[in-house]
Each structure stands twice: as C-alpha cells, then as structure tokens.
Write a protein that binds this ligand. Structure first.
Ligand code: ZN
Length: 133
C-alpha cells in the first residue's frame, strides 16, 4: 500500500494553486469535476503521491460542509490498494464503519470508497484502486 494522495479542502482551486503550484512549485497536471462527489479536483504529483485540491461544486457538497465547519485543511488521506473489494471486505470483517459499502468511480476513473472517520481515529480515509487501462 502507499499514500495515493492527500485531499485538501479549498474554497477555490484557482486561488489554492497560487500557493501549491506557483509558490511551492508543484505541477498541476489534471483538473476535473467529479459529479458523484460534487467536487472539482486538481491533482498535483508529489513524489510517489499527490496533493488533491478539492473545491465544492454545490452547496450540498461534502466539501462545502467541511469548509463551513473547519474553513479548509486536510480533508482525507487516500490509501492505494491493489484490490478495493478485498480491502472493503477485510475492513467489514474487522467491524470498521464504512461510508461506502461498495466502490464508486472517483477522479481519473479510479475505484474509490470512503471509510468513516469513526473507524480511523477521526481521519476520513479513502481507499483507491488505480484505473489501469
Ligand atoms: Zn481523494
């Protein structure tokens, strides 16, 4: 396993890129809207991992709620797994509380599933299985 990306909640990606891309020097390789999660996403590679900047696309986006409560910051940690179905089954057997019982389609066509923060010491955990086509 490795950390696929760190998800950071922002009020606006364009503004956030002034720091992460222009000032810090990361390259923004990809922006897309993930309708299912009501977010616009920018991916900035950082070593083996990436920074994922998240911007809400509607008021009922999970990111809108997070911004209201915390004003921004690290939203989730995404762990890359080989087999997301197997990883979910293992967590279920261990009694971990899941947000997604089944994987769904995330950014870049990856399969993703979220694990409830209650299961992971207050950290929202995303499982990612890379889209290898
Ligand atoms: Zn993510």
């Amino acid at each position: 396993m490795k950390i696929n990306h760190l998800g950071i909640a922002t009020k606006g990606i364009d503004e956030a890129l002034k720091f992460w891309a222009d000032a810090l020097g990361l390259e923004n390789v990809h922006i897309e809207v993930v309708e299912d999660q009501k977010v616009r996403v920018a991916m900035l590679p950082l070593g083996e991992s990436r920074i994922e900047l998240l911007e809400p696309t509607s008021e009922d986006s999970p990111i809108s709620k997070f911004l209201e409560k915390r004003g921004g910051g690290i939203h989730h940690i995404a762990v890359e797994v080989e087999d997301i179905e197997a990883a979910l089954a293992k967590l279920k057997r261990a009694g971990a509380r899941l947000i997604d019982e089944e994987p769904r389609i995330g950014a870049e066509g990856c399969l993703v599933a979220f694990v409830h923060p209650a299961a992971a010491n207050g950290v929202l955990l995303e499982l990612v299985q890379e889209n290898k086509q």
